[in-house]
Design a binder for this molecule. Structure first.
Ligand code: JTA
Length: 602
């Protein structure tokens, strides 16, 4: 049974810290001071992500053993060093396979516009030969990447491979090397949109024969971290960089997407992993793989190649928001391909203040619009819970009426035209976010918390929120101990057997990501770039308007058409009395993690 969390008295997350009022989602800088009062967040954030990475890398290389902990009393978080060194994840290529590093000649001229993209003019073979497949099969893999892709082709929804779990739980999962494998296409040129990028590691993920193909990296770094990224990319003459415009101080480029131009066509990959080794190692991450989009015949109508979900023009609108010459070339490439087989809806966020028709282009109002226009009527769906699952949490005010219920939940519970929604009390909102114990007992141990950047400063302002929280639990997918960096949202029936819709995205639970209303509700303000895809049963031809929930995603002989592979266990388990949401910038010294270490953010 589902438990309605919203009405419960909150016992979760009682901290005794002073409050502040920043509006942003938590940043990469756990800036606690010894007095535990709030430091101001830098108006121009430097090295986003890097403090988290540094903290977990530091603890991995120099762990604080449980037995050797300083004292019994948990010491308050000490003042964080705000050193502006370059981050750990950029310092090392951290290439676990130690492939020979590519050494390329340095090119003098480097600007942000790429050379003209040459789109191959033939639809070459669309299926690899048995020999090629054999070549790219890793010895430990029972399935080659081609089989994995084929098996999940209906929804195109995959998880990332996790090191250290039973092989059966990696059935159907993909590593970045699998995605970039020649089995999926003969690469001509690619774009990587992301947040954290270890350039040397990224290059090493491409098969050797593709490592010198043009690669455009779209990022949101500014100032020193931008300079650092340029320096990192400098040795590779095939790499160009595109800085996403971010006008407001707290905006972030979270979008994680690959555009892969092949001799055989084009593929779009929308996912949740940073381009760093740790994000593809022991975390639960989501991937949507598009079909292989064939090239349109020369002289096709400009209307050809669109899908019933309007995916192509929505993707064009998203790319157009960057106002970048290099991405405009990729928009031309997309125009030359047939995206009509796409069954998902694109749901993105781009920074800005949006009014009128534009208000429905991005963020939670975009999701609201699709649900209103496209959701099928389902008997009793108005009382089905809405579930949100994420890896970071922004500041959302002093109570649920400020944003969570008035805006976010209002959008997610939207029904098709002419159907009335119920008040929130009658359709519970359930939120899944790892508890301290989830992190402590995870494969990575406490360092997993470096990718769950919920700060004490934000958490202590919103204890009311934690009453909605449920643990991360994924026994049936073998990923209970692989902490989520995936973000998913869905509407599920009370018996957890049916889904009205499902979404995987980069967007965490924050106003910065989903947008918040201004000017008496006439304007939606969004700070960040986010990207995700929405699965609606109607677009997959399920006339009853639902997906069935595949309870065990690895069960054999479970070929009921229309079962969606939900990547965690349902119903969600509510936090128990002793559970607390993971907060990354306070110490955990009373119990050792799975590696026998404690967590002492310095
Ligand atoms: C740690 C982060 C992302 C993303 C964004 C992160 C921060 C800390 C991990 C992460 N921000 N942070 O887009 O995937 O505080 O900004 O994984």
């Amino acid at each position: 049974m589902h438990r309605s969390a919203g009405s419960q008295q909150s016992n979760y997350g009682k901290w005794t810290l002073s409050s502040s009022d920043d509006e942003s989602e938590d940043r990469g800088r756990p800036s606690t001071s010894s007095s535990m009062s709030r430091d101001r967040v830098d108006p121009v954030p430097q090295y986003p992500c890097s403090d988290a990475r540094k903290e977990s890398l530091k603890r991995k290389s120099d762990p604080l053993r449980f037995e050797e902990r300083p004292g019994k009393e948990p010491s308050p978080a000490k003042k964080l060093k705000t050193d502006k060194e370059k981050s750990g994840w950029r310092l090392s290529s951290s290439d676990e396979e130690s492939k020979p590093r590519q050494t390329l000649k340095v090119k003098a001229e480097r600007d942000e516009t790429s050379r003209k993209l040459e789109v191959p003019n033939t639809n070459k073979k669309r299926q690899p030969s048995p020999d090629t497949r054999e070549k790219y099969k890793t010895p430990s893999d029972s399935q080659d990447p081609w089989d994995v892709m084929k098996a999940g082709e209906l929804f195109g929804f995959y998880l990332t491979k996790v090191t250290g779990i039973k092989p059966k739980y990696n059935t159907g999962a993909l590593h970045i090397k699998d995605i970039l494998s020649p089995l999926f296409g003969t690469l001509v040129s690619s774009v990587q949109f992301n947040y954290c990028i270890d350039v040397a590691w990224l290059v090493a993920q491409y098969p050797e024969e593709f490592r010198k193909k043009p690669l455009l990296i779209v990022h949101g770094e500014k100032q020193q971290s931008k300079a650092q990224l340029h320096e990192d990319a400098h040795p590779y003459e095939n790499i160009r960089l595109c800085q996403a415009r971010l006008d407001n101080a707290f905006g972030t480029h979270h979008t994680k997407m690959m555009l892969l131009l092949y001799q055989e066509g084009l593929r779009v990959v929308i996912h949740t992993s940073n381009l760093i080794r740790d994000d593809w190692h022991q975390k639960t991450q989501g991937i949507w793989l598009s079909p292989l989009y064939p090239r349109l015949p020369e002289g096709s109508s400009s209307l050809a190649g669109e899908s019933v979900t309007n995916f192509r023009s929505d993707l064009m609108a998203y790319l157009n928001a960057y106002s970048s010459p290099s991405l405009r070339e990729w928009m031309d490439v997309i125009k030359q391909h047939d995206l009509s087989e796409t069954r998902v809806y694109l749901v993105g966020s781009t920074p800005g203040r949006f009014q009128g028709h534009d208000k429905e282009k991005w963020g939670h109002f975009r999701l609201r619009k699709i649900l209103r226009e496209r959701a099928s009527p389902i008997a009793g769906v108005e009382s089905w819970p809405v579930l949100g699952q994420f890896s970071s949490i922004g500041s959302m005010g002093t109570d649920k009426t400020k944003w969570l219920h008035s805006e976010f939940s209002e959008s997610l519970k939207t029904l098709g035209k002419g159907v009335k929604t119920l008040p929130n009390t009658e359709n519970p909102l359930q939120l899944i976010y790892p508890s301290v114990d989830n992190v402590r007992t995870s494969l990575e141990g406490y360092p997993a918390g470096g990718s769950l950047p919920y700060s004490i400063q934000t958490a202590q302002k919103q204890p009311w929120l934690h009453s909605y929280f449920h643990r991360w639990k994924a026994e049936t997918s073998g990923r209970s101990r692989a902490m989520p960096h995936i973000k998913t949202y869905m509407r599920v029936s009370p018996d957890c057997r049916k889904l009205a819709w499902f979404m995987v995205t980069s967007a965490n639970l924050s106003k910065a990501a989903w947008g918040s209303l201004e000017k008496n509700g006439t304007q939606l303000f969004i700070r960040s770039y986010e990207l995700g895809v929405l699965f609606l049963p109607s677009a997959f031809g399920y006339d009853n308007g639902v997906f069935h929930v595949k309870e065990n995603i690895y069960a054999k002989n479970d070929d009921l058409k229309g079962t969606f592979p939900v990547p965690y266990d349902l119903p969600p388990e509510h936090y128990a009395g002793k559970d607390r949401p993971w907060v990354w910038n306070i110490p955990y010294v009373n119990a050792p993690d799975s590696h026998g270490n404690i967590w002492c953010p310095s």
